[in-house]
Structures are given as structure tokens and as C-alpha cells.
Design a protein around this ligand. Sequence first.
Ligand code: ASP
Length: 343
Amino acid sequence: MSSKAKILLIYTGGTIGMSKDFETGALKAFNFGKLLQNIPEIKQLDCNIETFSFEHPIDSSNMNPSMWTKIATIIEENYPKYDGFVVLHGSDTMSYSASALSFMLENLAKPVVFTGSQLPIGDLRTDAKENLITAIQIASLQENGKPVITEVCLYFEYKLYRGNRTSKVNAEHFRAFTAPNYPELVESGVHLKLNSHLFLPVKKDAKLIVHKNLDNHVAIIKMFPGMSEVVLSSILAIKDLKGIVLETYGSGNAPTEDWFLQLIQKAIQSGLQVVNVTQCSGGSVNMGQYETSTVLKSLGVISGKDITTEAAITKLMYLLGQNIPQNEFKDIFETALRGEISQ
Ligand code: ASP
């Protein structure tokens, strides 16, 4: 029996899988079946690779919760057969998908590595080959017959990040992602440098639970100086809205004007979950540090701490889908469930 790791490569779409029509210059969907033939280097990897492709590969701008469920289901159905999963995905919404999947896959004991590229795999200067090859290599890492990485990650441009810590920050550079509040799990140089102390510990003997109920009655509201009462009140009046991620300033600060605080108070009293995240790319919400956040704290606003907006909105969808009692929601949100916030 082969002791090589078995990897399932799941192709959802995105630039990585597109190829250039050299006559027209246009990018078009790739024949995924030929993917491995196009990268002969893959044969040198010490693993067995099988592939699964979305029937209609998408640009990741069209990603949505039902497709997250589809990815989760593919992983669930193939979980016993494979040692690791690599998800090929457009970079635009990859951080949202990696965050969502991290919440949906509870007790994960195998790696799920998202990757993609800024240039198609057939392009002369492509970043796709390195991203794909190293993502597969990382997903294949084993120690004593057990996967080394047991969480949802994102690999891009020589770095493996915890997926729910990432944001896409550049539409031009190959280094398109950062994880400002959590160091990289693996760095790829001449050797793979594993920062094992940063990995999520695996829960021994815990069975994989796949949560497929995501509630998208949510919104993200980014504060800006000059936001008017009518804008905020209109959003908060949306029928069936259950939660908002409020992107505030600095360490969680917002206006102290009466109309603003009263709208937030009314919303919370009517059962809306209000999560405070910072619009800064790094750092943490710390309500109470300034006068401009003290009232928010006393109103019962949830602290997103150092969570990314991508992880906050997907965690909100996940927790709202869990029917958590109202009085426990805040505490659960403020707890790190998959390493998405620093405790
Ligand atoms: N628009 C593409 C997508 O997200 C960009 C990429 O793949 O990098 O699907």
C-alpha cells in the first residue's frame, strides 16, 4: 500500500485556471482535466493527486454561501479518502471563502489549503505554478502518518497564512494577501520553514462536523466622517436584518452624536447583533480605550477584537445559522473558534 499522501485538488475557478487564447488574447476557462499535464513538475511531488472541478468554474466575484456549502460538501464526502485538500479559487474573494470554510469545518484534522494566482497558469510569468506546487506540497506534509497542518489556510507568494486571518490587499502585486494580525504559518524559501507553534492544535478523536447553515441576513457598514442619520437608519431598518459588522475607526471608535448612539441602541434592543471591527488593516478593537467607544461597549456592542472584516462577516453568518440563544451570542462571538481572533 502506498504511504504517499493523497490530495484532492478542487477547482472552483479564478484566474489560475484560465488560459490565454493566443489568437484573440482573451482569457477563457481552462480545460481542468489538462491542468496536471500542463505542470509536469507536479509528477515530482511525493503525493497522489486527484481532481474535482466545479461544473461551471466561476470568477470568485460570483462566490456565495451556497457555493461555500458546495465546497464544504465536497470536502465532507471525500474526507476519509484524502489526506489533504487544495482549493483553487479566484483571489478576489478567497479570504471570505477561507474564513467561511474555517467556521463550517469544525474539528478539522486535515489541511484545506486555498490558493490561486494573479496570472493564469499558462502565462509565461505566471505565479500559478509556484502557488499550486507549494500548496500541494504543504497539504501533503505528514508526521508519523498524520497531517502536519489541520486547519483552513491560504497559500500565496511564498507564504502560508491561516485563512481566516487574511485579506486581499493588492490587485497588482504577486504578494496579494496579508494577515496583519497573525504571523505566517509557513514560509517557503529554499526550504519550507514551518512555524509549528502557530498552528491550530488538533482535537484528538473529535469527528469532523460540517455546518452548512449560513444566514446571510447581514450587512457590513463602513463608517466615514459625514455618514448621515438617514443612511444608517435605512440600513438598520432592513427587514429581517439580524447582524451587522460595523467598521469603525482606529481601536473601535465611532461618533458620540446622540442620533448615532440612539440608532445603535435601538438596533441592539430589537435583537440585532452589532459587531465592532476596525477599518485599520492591523490592530485590534478595544472599546473603552477612548471616550468615543465607551458608550458602544455599554450598549452591548460585540467586540470583534483583531478579527478581519472577512472573518467577522462569515462568522456572523455561521453563528446566526446556529440558533444561538440571544444572551450567549456576544460571548461566543468574542471567543476564538478557529483561531480567527487573538485571545
Ligand atoms: N477575478 C479573479 C477571481 O477572483 C481574480 C483572480 O482569480 O485572482 O476570480
